[in-house]
Design a binder for this molecule. Structure first.
Ligand code: ZN
Length: 256
């Protein structure tokens, strides 16, 4: 199928093996993105992943990603990395990196479970600025990591903040359960990134959440664009729904 305009990948990372400078990393990502028809990619985290990042690590990663965006503002956008355990710093990074640009969302990984009250002022700022929060959500068979949020945790947070939009990353990894848990919480959309290209992932997300609430993401460089796109291209849904997932939902949710 062809869509009008390029594909938007809402969830990638500038992993160290892609390059050691913003220039090299951008060049590697663009080489593969061009092959796959991907027009824009959303950056978060940094070359090395820090489960409990210091203020210095947060600032370095945000600057690395801002530099990639400055090189190719038509191809990359970004989410401000913050650590809710360092709340004052988190709020100042939001002001500095979103209010003053170039980031258009907030990324939360595993520094703190998202049900914690420290998330409340962050969600209020996101609503004020009109930007979404990309929250890592996961369900590990062996039990989640310390500070890692489940889909149910995100539902609890999103219910406290109905004016904030949340992107539930990985649809919870266990996407059969994640899509069901997100279904009734209308201010959560889900991304399809990471994991293996399982049959049924996208169909299940669409069945429970509706095609307007599902966004394509890859988790590149940890995963390839091709395997992650296969989840959408191979899904038994209409071409109109695929176009929403590959492009138009991201434009709306991220105000691109
Ligand atoms: Zn990721």
């Amino acid at each position: 199928m062809s869509i009008s305009g390029g594909i938007i990948d809402c969830h990638i990372h500038p992993n160290a093996d892609l390059g050691s400078t913003p220039e090299e990393t951008a060049e590697t990502l663009l080489r593969y993105a061009d092959r796959m028809g991907i027009e824009m990619m959303g950056l978060s985290l940094g070359p090395i992943f820090h489960p409990q990042p210091t203020e210095e690590q947060i600032e370095a990663d945000n600057t690395f990603n801002a530099n990639i965006i400055a090189l190719h503002p038509d191809r990359f956008f970004g989410y401000a990395n913050i650590n809710p355990n360092r709340l004052y710093h988190a709020l100042s990074e939001i002001s500095e990196r979103i209010e003053n640009g170039p980031f258009i969302g907030i990324k939360l990984w595993i520094a703190m479970c998202c049900t914690h009250p420290n998330l409340d002022p962050i969600c209020e700022r996101a609503a004020e600025l009109g930007v979404p929060i990309l929250q890592h959500t996961f369900l590990r068979p062996e039990g989640n990591l310390a500070g890692e949020s489940s889909p149910a945790d995100l539902v609890e947070l999103a219910a406290r903040h109905p004016d904030t939009t949340f992107i539930g990353a990985h649809t919870g990894f266990n996407w059969e359960q994640g899509a069901r848990e997100f279904a009734d919480q209308a201010n959560i959309v889900a991304d399809t990134c990471g994991g293996d290209p399982d049959m049924g992932f996208v169909e299940t997300a669409v069945r429970w959440m509706g095609a307007d609430r599902v966004l394509y993401g890859s988790d590149a460089g940890g995963r390839s664009f091709a395997t992650q796109l296969a989840k959408v291209h191979g899904a038994d849904i209409s071409d109109a729904d695929k176009e929403k997932i590959l492009r138009t939902n991201a434009k709306r949710v991220l105000n691109l």
